[in-house]
Design a protein around this ligand. Structure first.
Ligand SMILES: NCc1[nH]cc(CCC(=O)O)c1CC(=O)O
Length: 306
């Protein structure tokens, strides 16, 4: 019997997502023996500093990639929004699964939505993208850092540390916390992280057998949309240092992309949108990135790197 070992982070969300992929792989390939290889990453261990400060999202991938290079795992499962725009050389994404809800969630024990928050309310989020959009909507809010996994963040909200927090709907739904979503924060008023809600499988570029097994789970429509979003972000030198948001949807052959770049400092945002063909998502990503730069997005990007 063939076996496939999947490396995963140990957070409850990562484990849920990897179990989900493992079940789908078993269903697609009866007789395949799929096992999990749970691992700790630096991104999970260092919780007292912002992700941007300790080196960005690649931290969640590195240990898993090393395990694949050492031959201890065949592939790894990630939230695609945590995968850097430039994949490490020698690796590929043989499957991007059908996207779950892409939207963010307003979560609070007292208020129904952003508009209900009293003046100066404390809102927890460490995402620069969420901070920039919150500042643009409500300059009076007090934005407070909030790291840790989804369960930890909900725990801090319940302990009264925040009036509200913002999380991804997908992560809440997957962990069975869907009823905690007080309001969906969705396009066009509020944009998600590029690829939010999409799960990806990563493996070694030269591991053809693993690539073929995983390819059975690929969702072409999701891949098209997230390629446009990621191409836009890449062209803007997006990382977690720069507040960039993007959302694409495919309507037949037409691909629509909305993008936003914000300033985490002062609540200024620039937005743009474009339409293109579903067979050329990167072109559309570049086009919307250029439109954002023409509107002055470069100033925010330069300021974030200063
Ligand atoms: N930043 C961590 C992270 N990475 C992916 C998700 C949600 C699941 C997804 O986007 O598929 C989350 C939690 C959150 O932002 O609330």
């Amino acid at each position: 019997m063939k076996t496939l070992r999947i490396a995963t982070r140990k957070s409850p969300l990562a484990l849920w997502q990897t179990e989900h992929v493992a079940a789908a792989l078993r269903a697609a390939h009866p007789g395949l023996d799929v096992t999990l290889v749970p691992m700790s990453t630096r991104g999970d261990e260092v919780l007292d500093r912002s992700l941007a400060a300790i080196g960005g999202k690649g931290l969640f991938l590195k240990e898993l990639e090393l395990a694949m290079l050492r031959g201890e795992a065949d592939c790894a499962v990630h939230s695609l929004k945590d995968v850097p725009m430039e994949l490490e050389p020698g690796f590929a994404l043989p499957a991007i699964l059908a996207r779950a809800d892409y939207a963010d969630a307003f979560v609070s024990n007292r208020y129904a939505g952003i508009a209900d928050l009293p003046h100066g309310a404390r809102v927890g989020t460490s995402s620069l993208r969420r901070q920039a959009q919150l500042r643009a909507l409500r300059p009076d809010l007090q934005l407070v850092d909030l790291r840790g996994n989804v369960n930890t963040r909900l725990g801090k909200l319940d302990a009264g540390e925040y009036d509200a927090i913002v999380l991804a709907c997908a992560g809440l739904e997957r962990l069975g916390f869907g009823e905690r979503i007080r309001a969906r924060m969705a396009a066009p008023n509020w944009l998600p992280a590029p690829a939010q809600g999409a799960i990806a499988i990563e493996c070694r570029d030269d591991d053809i057998a693993t690539r073929e097994l995983c390819a059975a789970l690929d969702d072409a429509g999701t891949r098209t949309c997230v390629e446009a979003e990621r191409a836009m972000n890449r062209a803007l030198h997006g990382s977690c240092h720069v507040p960039v948001a993007a959302f694409a949807r495919l309507d037949g052959e037409h691909l629509h992309l909305e993008g936003l770049v914000g300033s985490a400092q002062d609540g200024r945002v620039v937005r743009s949108a474009g339409e293109g063909r579903g067979d050329a998502p990167e072109c559309l990503g570049l086009q919307v990135a250029q439109a954002l730069l023409d509107l002055g997005a470069g100033d925010f990007i330069a300021a974030s790197h200063a």
